[in-house]
Design a protein around this ligand. Structure first.
Ligand code: AHR
Length: 500
């Protein structure tokens, strides 16, 4: 059976905030060390930033880059990460049982983003696990105050004359999680988040703040946590965070392929909770969503490994190697974010390099693109503009976790120039899916490109030995005729259909 939907410029979801294409650099494994930063690497510049990685980060099209964690931030001492490198202390990183050398710190992070280009924006987390209001204020003053105070002058003395201009801040990380150093109850966290937000706004009323929501929809405290935290912080913050990672659980591939069903439900549940608190407070303000950790992550493999570590420097951790199937699920997660662009205004792919990442590196060796690199780069490049409301009429298939799920998952974005890009996933492992899209009152008259990520072997991956085994290819037979788009979506495929 054919899957269908109609596009009409009168029916839209909302504009895409460029921050939807954010990513995340945590001091974890080799994300920073031998990932972004590797002095002595043949492509490294004078600051130790790997040129090959920098090129790929630009190509990926990332915007906001969250830093320095993650779980790492709950032990982070910002002052260890600034000033002369030779004076910086080595510290135990409790989150990842690793040794943090602090060779790469705040100044290096900002320098890295400036090298990526103007589209890259800092998104800095403060430590509300082992620290509190005072340290958050010190960091904010050091980073953003122009000069003439002890901490801003210290920054200048350290060689950074210009303030870092960090606008977007996270108030801690996953504070609902028992694994978090300094884990708190919703009441405890709501109070410290509110007081930190209030004080940070005393320095700068224009800061944009993300308060911690749940670290997953399956947390026992989910929704109650959000309601309690927002009751304390509603007027003081702009966003609430969501985190979600997906993997095939118990070998259930069909449910894994429908992971975006869970992601969309999660988003809608958090929107409902935010709006419920807003109603209770009789507030006209809306809290937006920062989906600041999302990805496919084979987490069940990781947990055993971290506990056994004996404080190494930059160990190989969470280095998932993604298959074509993983990339199709990943693309579907991107579609879920775009479909909720009216409320999800920040999202960070966790993470950027080596650690559950679209970019991989070998120390002293090359950098290459994982399969997940392609959907992200294409969505960031072509998914800018206004999201059109897509309601699919699709054949379904049975899943253990989510019941009947649509085989087609899709969204469409209309660019400022009137072009339209359809992003679509066929979840069927065996069958091609015929697609029929009616374009009402939209300008495009021809198909510019139909790019597909699919493979006869859904387990195919890019590796050090074969870094370009998987790349997108052009589909054949896609047509736009008399306002009717028709295509055949390959089994297990991510599709980008550009119309102009
Ligand atoms: O991204 C990896 C980890 O996942 C982060 O440190 C943490 O916030 C989450 O649990």
């Amino acid at each position: 059976r054919t899957a269908r939907f109609t596009l009409d410029p009168a029916f839209t979801v909302g504009p895409v905030d460029p921050r939807l294409f954010g990513s995340f650099v945590e001091h974890l494994g080799r994300c920073v060390y031998t990932g972004v930063f590797e002095p002595g690497h043949p492509t490294a510049d004078a600051d130790g930033i790997r040129g090959d990685v920098l090129e790929l980060v630009r190509e990926l099209g990332v915007t906001a880059v969250r830093y320095p964690g993650g779980n790492f931030v709950s032990g982070y001492r910002w002052e260890d990460s600034v000033g002369p490198v030779e004076d910086r202390p080595r510290r135990l990183d409790l989150a990842w049982r690793s040794t943090e050398t602090n060779r790469f710190g705040l100044s290096e992070y900002i320098a890295f983003l400036r090298k990526v280009g103007p589209q890259a924006e800092p998104m800095m987390a403060v430590n509300l696990g082992t620290r509190g209001v005072a340290e958050a204020l010190q960091l904010q003053e050091y980073a953003n105050h122009p000069g003439g105070t002890a901490l801003s002058d210290l920054r200048v003395e350290h060689g950074d004359k210009d303030p870092f201009g960090i606008r977007l801040w996270c108030l801690g990380n996953e504070m609902d999680g028992p694994w978090q150093t300094g884990h708190k109850t919703a009441e405890e966290y709501g109070r410290i988040a509110a007081e930190t937000a209030r004080a940070m706004r005393q320095i700068d009323p224009g800061v944009q703040l993300v308060v911690c929501g749940s670290s997953g929809r399956s947390m026992a405290t989910f929704a109650e946590w959000e309601a309690t935290v927002l009751q304390e912080t509603y007027d003081l913050v702009d966003h609430i965070s969501l985190h979600a990672y997906y993997e095939p659980l118990d070998g259930d591939v069909d449910s894994f392929l429908a992971s975006a069903v869970d992601m969309e439900t999660f988003i809608e549940d958090v929107v409902a909770t935010c709006d419920h608190v807003g109603a209770r407070l009789k507030s006209r303000k809306k809290i937006n969503l920062s989906f600041d950790e999302w990805n496919v992550w084979y987490m069940s493999r990781t947990e055993e490994h971290v506990g056994a570590l004996d404080w190494p420097e930059a160990p190989r951790l969470l280095e998932d190697n993604y298959s074509v199937m993983d990339a199709v699920v990943f693309g579907s997660l991107l579609i879920a974010l775009l479909r909720h662009a009216d409320r999800v205004t920040v999202a960070c792919l966790a993470q950027l390099v080596n650690v559950i990442a679209p970019i991989m590196t070998e120390p002293g060796g090359p950098a290459w693109r994982q399969t997940t690199f392609f959907p992200f780069a294409q969505a960031s490049k072509y998914g800018r503009g206004e999201v059109l409301d897509v309601r699919v009429d699709s054949p379904t298939y049975a899943t253990e976790r989510y019941g009947e799920a649509d085989l087609l998952h899709a969204t469409a974005v209309r660019g400022e120039d009137g072009s339209v890009t359809v992003f679509a996933v066929n979840r069927s492992r065996t069958q091609p899916l015929p697609l029929d899209v009616a374009l009402n009152g939209l300008g495009p008259a021809s198909v510019v490109e139909h790019s597909v990520l699919a493979d006869a072997d859904p387990d195919a991956r890019n590796t050090l030995a074969e870094p370009e085994r998987v790349v997108p290819h052009a589909a054949e037979g896609t047509t736009l005729d008399g306002g009717r788009l028709t295509a055949l979506l390959e089994p297990l495929s991510w599709n980008v259909i550009r119309l102009a």
